[in-house]
Design a protein around this ligand. Sequence first.
Ligand code: HGY
Ligand code: MN
Ligand code: MN
Length: 416
Amino acid sequence: MTPAAANLRIDPDRLWDSIHEIARIGPGRRGGSNRQALTDADGEARHLFAGWCRAAGLSLAVDRMGTMFATRPGTDPDALPVCVGSHLDTQPTGGRYDGVLGVLAGLELVRTLNDLDLRTRRPICVVNWTNEEGTRFAPALMASGVYAGMHDLDWALSRTDAEGRRFGDELARIGWQGDEPVGARRMHAYFELHIEQGPILEAEGCEIGVVTHGQGLWWLRVVLTGREAHTGSTPMAMRHDAGLGMARIIERVNRIAMDSQPDAVGSVGQVQFHPNSPNVIPGRAECIIDFRSPDPARLDAMKARLEAEAAEIAREAGLGLDIEPVGHFAPVTFDPGLVARVRAAAAALGYRHRDIVSGAGHDACAVAMVAPAAMIFCPCAGGLSHNEDESITREWAAAGANVLLRAAVETAGIVA
Ligand code: HGY
Ligand code: MN
Ligand code: MN
């Protein structure tokens, strides 16, 4: 590593200010963020980010899923890029840092190289993946999933939100449907900085998580069909209560996850009753089940058990049942060479670090299927995330961004 590169550090105030400037777009009610994919707020944040990229001399390309690729040229025009990124979309009651830290740390990396007029052999590309969260349009990791070949493009563009609006129509409406074929752009390496979204790093006094693996995930859409009827005048024995069936399925998700310990989680975060009226027995109930485990056999066993026992629950309650897998990725092993580079960067920079498995899914989990990928975690207070009280310190953000800078620049190659 050249002396200039060995002393590289980002500008922590500029990174911090950028994070809090973009947080003004799509604010939550309690200081966090509500910038859901393909809303006007998402579109506005994209324009702000694109302006910052142009001001940093980056060339911007957008693919057909709306993913943004902002590239700083390298000295070798034929070399594949080193990509650094994450996502700008948020949960409805999200924090300011989930995803945003990784995208803006990538931009800060470029700004720092510009300040020092340092050239790299490989291009460096900052990425904003569309719809990482999957909250409005399931599944999560949607655009990176299409990029990795997990989903068909037309299937993704046809996904609808709770109001029946199509993903592709909303992407066009906010003016961010690009024309670059999804997946055509190859990467030499991909790094993603992200908050841990768990309590381990803070509890152990570590500033950096060296992410070796990511747990796998199944998202199952379950629809129960009963019969709408009057809640007052319908005898209990005559009810086909989709709401009751859903309650039993939600409880069974918890029981399956608890029976699958250690290293297994399961919850239902999204439920819709139809017609959702207090004096109508629900004729239809729909939810998405979220099962995760780092153990592929355990993950698939949870799914199989749920499918069998949901059929029994539906039969007992006299309900129709449909189960559709709407999201899946197997447990991920990140690229050992890049992981070692992240670990060496943390050590060289003097940060307390430890290896860690990611509980949350990230775009890097999809990208890892088609390119060498690695992740860097920084702590978050109390491990809290997907909550407006999510918080990190400026120092944690800077530590993560400095490790990202060093690992990415070492991979891209500094040209003296
Ligand atoms: O669901 C996830 O793990 C990610 O936070 N979207
Ligand atoms: Mn995220
Ligand atoms: Mn998230």
